[in-house]
Design a protein around this ligand. Structure first.
Ligand code: PBG
Length: 329
């Protein structure tokens, strides 16, 4: 008891703080999201995500080599496809020579050891901007699962190490796991977006991929019938548990910072690695505030990242990955 115990002794210098620090960040913690487009030599900055780009395949090759040199070892791929290729069933997602399939091969050729994860959902391929097939004013669950399974097989055959279903349909992990195994792809992992909330923080991402739900009659205007209600907590544990039971290797909570209570709840209950996705809107907020001189960019970024890891993240999907590595000097 005070004055015999003085907690400030453990904070008295930088060296003692280093010695007793509980949470240490390294480049190994990061999964780097990347946006891919058709074309050559294209590197377009995304307006609402300063420092993030839509890249053509040849630029993507350079980018992954640079990431690897920086010590980053895993990427999460997203593609922006032309409107002319979109339909209700996401047919283009299954094209063996589609942009995603070529992007996977490009990364593996440029940097064979780079771990490749791919987003599995229909929204970038859907004429309605939904993660699933639309029918009778609803998002059809089981029909969507079938397409997601074929999509996963296609990504795995192109060389993806993990597929990352982000759609929140019921039962899709089981459907995908069985489909992969039937094809002899039992070594392909599944990172499930297990607790993905219907969040307004995804706005800049939907700008980046032009993937927002469209405003047409008889089509839901938002994703609230499949993504989770931000008010719910126990439901997240149930979702995560079911996905693990169905065969998920890694489970994800998304967005990040506003949902760290959920990360900790799941961490306490379930023994598989947890990924946390610090999403586009979180990135945009800090970039905007820092550009106005209202927040210290690097200090706030480091505080946010360490909070995500402290809460229980084993993997952090973050647009700040390169900024983080730069702070290491
Ligand atoms: C697509 C998907 C989304 C994100 C990742 N995968 C958007 C959405 O569900 O509408 C969001 C990522 C971000 O905001 O950074 N299913």
């Amino acid at each position: 008891m005070y004055p015999l115990i003085r907690n400030r002794r453990l904070r008295a210098s930088q060296s003692i703080r280093r010695l007793v620090r509980e949470t240490i960040m390294t480049p190994d913690d990061f999964l780097v999201p990347l946006f891919v487009v058709e074309g050559k030599n294209i590197k377009e900055e995304i307006a609402s995500m300063p420092g993030q780009y839509r890249m053509s395949l040849n630029i993507l090759a350079n980018e992954v080599r640079e990431l690897w040199k920086m010590g980053l070892c895993a990427v999460l791929l997203f593609v922006k496809v032309d409107d002319s290729l979109k339909d209700n069933k996401g047919t283009e997602a299954l094209n063996a020579n589609g942009l995603m399939q070529r992007a996977i091969k490009t990364v593996k050729e440029a940097c064979p050891e780079m771990l490749v994860m791919t987003d599995v959902a229909l929204d970038p391929f859907s004429s309605y901007g939904h993660d699933g097939i639309v029918g009778d004013g609803q998002i059809l669950n089981d029909q969507t699962n079938e397409v997601l399974a074929y999509m996963s097989i296609s990504h795995a055959k192109a060389g993806a190490d993990f597929v990352a279903p982000s759609d929140m349909m019921d039962g899709r992990i089981l459907t995908i796991r069985e489909a992969l195994d039937d094809e002899g792809l039992e070594n392909t992992g599944i990172m499930s977006y297990a607790a993905k909330y219907a969040s307004a923080y995804y706005g800049p991402f939907r700008d980046a991929l032009d993937s927002a739900p469209v405003d047409v009659k008889n089509v839901p205007k938002d994703k609230k019938t499949y993504q989770m209600d931000p008010a719910n907590r126990f439901e997240a544990i149930k979702e995560a548990q079911m996905d693990v039971d169905e065969g998920a290797d890694i489970i994800m909570v998304k967005p990040g910072l506003p949902y760290l209570d959920i990360v900790r709840d799941i961490k306490n209950e379930i023994d598989v690695p947890i990924a946390v996705y610090q999403v586009s809107g979180e990135y945009a907020m800090l970039k905007a505030a820092a550009s106005k001189g209202w927040l210290d960019h690097d200090a706030v970024m480091l505080e946010q990242l360490v909070a995500i890891k402290r809460a229980g993240a084993n993997v952090i999907a973050s647009y700040f990955a390169k900024d983080f590595v730069r702070t290491l000097g």
